[in-house]
Ligand binder design. Structure first.
Ligand code: CA
Ligand code: CA
Ligand code: CA
Length: 503
C-alpha cells in the first residue's frame, strides 16, 4: 500500500511539471499520463536476431561479436522525474538505446543486451560506492505476465554479479564500460548483459522485457528515469516485445526454441521442430544447393540423407550441410589404339569428410540424343532413365578417390555420349542413396570424332613442355601445320585425323 502511494505521488509531480515547464520538442521526451495503468506501455517491439557465435560479457563490443548486425532500439523515453525544484534543462537529456541478440549453445539459450546510455556525469549523491546512477528492469521470457527475472538496482561500478551477491539472480550477469566523469563531461556508459533463459522451450517467440536507467542529479532526491517501453520501477509488469526472429532470409537467424538448427558452414540457415512422432525431417537442400546429407555437429557425428526423418532427441540438435555431389570434369579422352572408347573423369569433393560412408563411385553413360527435355529437367539419374526406358550403362570406378575415371564404349564415332558421375552413400541409419553429378550437354557429352578432331587441331606455334612434337608435315593447312607443335607424334596424328574425320 505504501508503494502504491509513492507511485501516485510521482505521477502528480510529473503531470504538474508538464503544465508549468516549457519542454524541448524532442521525441525523446515521452511524458506518460496513463495513471492507474500497471505500466506505461509504449507498445514497442524489437526484433532480436540470432548471433552465430557467443558474446563475451565485458561491457564492450569485442572482436568477433556480431553486435553490428543488431539494430538500435527506439530511444528510451523519460518515464519519471523526481526533483526538489524545477526540472533539469535540456543538457541533462538522455537518449539511451539498446541492442539485443540471442544465442543458443545447444544446451542453453541466452539473450544478450548491449545498452548505451549517454549519461555524462557521476553525481555526488552521498557516500555510496555506486555513484547513484543505475539500471533496472525485468524479463518475462514466456510472455505470461510473470517475470522470470526482476532486476533490482544494478549499479554501474563494474560489478560482476554472482548468485550469492544478489538474491535470486543466477541467470544474469553484466559488465559496464563506464565513461562517466565527476565533472559531467564524460562519454556515457555501456552495459553488456547476459540473460540465461530459465526454460527456453516455453518461449514461443516473444519475450517481454523492459529496462530503465536512473540518472541521479544533485541529490538522492533528484533523479530522472528513462525506459524503453515505459516501466518506471521494479514493481511493474514488463511489456516491451522482444521478438525472437525466425527470418530465414537472414542467414544468421533461426528460432531459438526449435529442435534442430541447420548450418551451412558457420551460418545457421534453417530450423525445424519435431513432429508428433518426435522426429525431424531434414531439409532436402541447403541454401538452394544440392547436398549429400546432414552431419550432426557432435563429437561422434552422424550422417543422414537429405529428407531423412531422424529422432529429435531431448535437446536441440545442430546439423551441418555436406556438399559432396561428384563433379564430372569437362570433356573426354579417347584412346589412340581403340576408336570405340571414351574416357570421362570426375572429382569427389569433401570425400575426406564422408569417406567412411561412401561405398561406391562411378559413372553412368547414355546416348545424348536419348535424353529428353523431361529427363534433363528432372536430372539424369539411373532411376530417371530406367523409368523412361532409356538404355544406359553403369561403370564402377576401380577405387574411391578424389579423382575417378570411367570408360564408355561407343557404338560409333559420331554418337555423343553423356557422362554422369555418382557416389553411393550408406548413412548412419543404414539408408542408402546414390548422388549424381549435375549434367551439362556442353561440358559432359562427347563423341569420339569430335574429341579426335579437337586433339588433332590442338597446336601451338612455339614448342612448350606439353607441345613437343614439331610436325614438319602439312596435313592441309599449308605453312602452318608444318611449323606447329602438337602433344602427339605424327603417327598418332594420323590416327586422330582419321578418327576425327578430317579430310
Ligand atoms: Ca562484449
Ligand atoms: Ca548520471
Ligand atoms: Ca513469465
Amino acid at each position: 500500500m505504501k508503494k502504491h502511494t509513492k507511485i501516485i505521488s510521482l505521477f502528480l509531480i510529473a503531470v504538474l511539471l508538464l503544465s508549468v515547464i516549457a519542454l524541448p520538442t524532442s521525441a525523446a521526451w515521452n511524458w506518460m499520463t496513463a495513471t492507474g495503468a500497471e505500466s506505461m506501455d509504449r507498445g514497442l517491439s524489437y526484433t532480436v536476431k540470432r548471433a552465430s557465435a557467443t558474446i563475451t560479457v565485458d561491457g564492450k563490443v569485442s572482436a568477433g561479436e556480431e553486435w553490428q548486425y543488431a539494430d538500435d532500439s527506439q530511444v528510451f523515453g523519460l518515464s519519471v522525474v523526481n526533483v526538489d525544484s524545477g526540472h533539469p534543462d535540456a543538457e541533462h537529456l538522455l537518449t539511451p538505446t539498446f541492442k539485443a541478440m540471442w544465442y543458443s549453445d545447444g544446451t542453453d539459450a541466452y539473450l544478450y543486451i548491449l545498452m548505451n546510455v549517454n549519461d555524462k556525469g557521476i553525481a555526488s549523491v552521498g557516500a555510496t560506492a555506486w555513484n547513484g546512477d543505475l539500471f533496472q528492469g525485468g524479463f518475462d521470457e514466456n510472455g505470461d505476465g510473470t517475470k522470470e527475472l526482476a532486476l533490482p538496482a544494478m549499479y554501474l561500478g563494474g560489478r560482476e554479479l554472482t548468485e550469492g551477491q544478489v538474491s535470486g539472480i543466477s541467470r544474469f550477469t553484466y559488465k559496464t564500460d563506464d565513461r562517466r566523469t565527476s565533472d559531467g563531461t564524460g562519454d556515457g556508459y555501456t552495459v553488456e548483459m547476459q540473460y540465461k533463459f530459465k526454460n527456453a522451450a516455453d518461449c514461443s517467440g516473444t519475450v517481454l522485457m523492459d529496462l530503465f536507467v536512473t540518472n541521479y542529479l544533485e541529490s538522492i532526491q533528484q533523479y530522472e528515469r528513462y525506459s524503453w517501453n515505459g516501466i518506471y520501477d521494479g514493481s511493474h509488469a514488463v511489456t516491451g516485445d522482444l521478438v525472437i526472429s525466425a527470418d530465414l532470409a537472414n542467414p544468421n537467424l533461426a528460432v531459438m526454441t526449435d529442435d534442430a538448427i541447420f548450418y551451412n558452414g558457420e551460418t545457421a540457415i534453417a530450423s525445424r521442430n519435431k513432429d508428433t512422432e518426435g522426429k525431424i525431417t531434414l531439409p532436402l537442400k541447403a541454401s538452394e544447393r544440392t547436398i549429400a546429407g546432414w552431419m550432426t555437429m557432435e563429437t561422434t557425428p552422424k550422417f543422414y540423407a537429405p529428407g531423412a526423418k531422424i529422432d529429435a532427441g531431448s535437446t536441440q540438435i545442430k546439423l551441418k550441410a555436406v556438399f559432396a555431389a561428384p563433379v564430372t570434369s569437362t570433356g573426354a579422352s579417347i584412346f589412340i589404339g581403340d576408336g570405340n572408347k571414351l574416357r570421362f573423369e570426375a572429382t569427389l569433393p569433401s570425400l575426406t569428410d564422408i569417406s567412411s560412408y561412401v561405398t561406391e563411385a562411378g559413372f553412368i553413360f547414355v546416348e545424348l540424343a536419348k535424353l529428353t527435355d523431361a529427363i534433363l529437367a528432372d536430372g539424369v539419374t539411373a532411376e530417371e532413365l530406367t523409368a523412361a526406358s532409356v538404355e544406359f550403362s553403369a561403370v564402377k570406378a576401380e577405387a574411391i578417390a578424389e579423382n575417378i575415371k570411367g570408360v564408355a564404349t561407343a557404338k560409333d564415332g559420331d554418337t555423343k555420349y553423356a557422362a554422369i558421375s555418382y557416389i553411393k552413400i550408406k548413412y548412419s541409419d543404414n539408408a542408402e542413396i546414390v548422388i549424381y553429378s549435375d549434367f551439362s550437354a556442353e561440358n559432359n557429352s562427347r563423341c569420339v570424332s569430335e574429341v579426335a578432331a579437337a586433339a588433332y587441331n590442338d597446336r601451338t606455334s612455339v614448342k612448350t613442355e606439353d607441345y613437343t612434337f614439331k610436325q614438319g608435315k602439312d596435313y592441309g593447312v599449308t605453312n602452318f601445320e608444318i611449323m606447329s607443335y602438337s602433344p602427339y607424334a605424327n603417327v598418332q596424328l594420323d590416327v586422330l585425323k582419321k578418327l576425327g574425320k578430317i579430310s
